[in-house]
Design a protein around this ligand. Sequence first.
Ligand SMILES: [Zn+2]
Length: 164
Amino acid sequence: MFLQRLNLFFFFVVILSILLLGYHWYQDYHFDNHPLSTTLLQKIENKKLQTRQLMKKNLGFDLNVPLIVSDAMPAHLYGATAYTKHHRIVIYLNKKRFKESSEYMINHVIPHEYAHAVMFYKGNFTNKKKGHGKEWQQICKQLNGIKCEQYVNEHDILLGKTSF
Ligand SMILES: [Zn+2]
């Protein structure tokens, strides 16, 4: 009797594990093959609005830059800001990185990249510290960026590049 119950118990544990595994697999599959959820897209939009309000307040101008969620970016890049050959400023956000770190993408990466966009807007295309020098740090802080002074070893400013 006891052994039978134990068997039954393990049987259910195994079934449950298979179901959970299937569920996670499905979630991964769904994430990779669909656009970001509307909840996440709304969070991105809200953060962009907040950042633009801070810009108006602290820098005295407004800059509406398209934020493009891309799944064609190299995995190590969270975001990138491009100044295209047609003189447009575009911010790219790496879709793959939203899977495990959506809060980081929104609160850390958006102000970080927006600070690069402001630098471009002001005509500052310096590559010193890969674009993360004193002036960039100042703007990053004014846009509520996180850890703006931290050394950034990322090539996330792209000059003359059109798209990912
Ligand atoms: Zn950067």
